[in-house]
Design a protein. Sequence first.
Length: 214
Amino acid sequence: MHVLTENFALYGKGFLGTVELTVFASLLALVLGFLMASFRVAPVGSFRVFGTVWVTVLRNTPLTLLFFAVLLGLPRFGLVLPFQLFAVLALGCYTSAFICEALRSGINTVPKGQGEAARSLGMNFGQTLGTVVLPQAFRSVIPPIGSTLIALAKNSAIAGAFSVTELLGTYKTLNELGYSIIWTFVWIAVGYLIITLSISALFNVLEKRYGVAR
């Protein structure tokens, strides 16, 4: 217990760093995921191609490699930002591909007649998607989106290798100070458990309120 009590500030700083990464990257992933899902079902061919390429490239690229590309590659092109912002960009873009596919699978569960009825009333593609299709699709994709964001929270540990403050990175300092490596990781695991269980609880509430009854 003394490992936690004597280094509570260090653990707290790492915990808050992971929470910030998770929250901001999740928001970015949800926005981009929604946008790419819209592209993938759009009637415009160029949009569908762009969405397909986005998902295919990001889903098949190792996250560590993406971190290298963003954190070390973008500054070479003159884009200089804080490393934490680069980490949010890498995590958000990577996760958006999985959010996109979850949303697209939900869109495919909505009967085609719903979209046809909306178009017969004079709605355009954006109105049909936003007011008719997506609200129904969202109800069926709450669990997979929750699982994806839990994975994002755990993937944020990679950011520690790129000088970003997060929970897993605290073990380096504690190891140098001579603390037990076992108890160091036990409290790190507890921190991640708190974050993932919080996300799980949030999506359980959303599922009970909005999910499809089975």
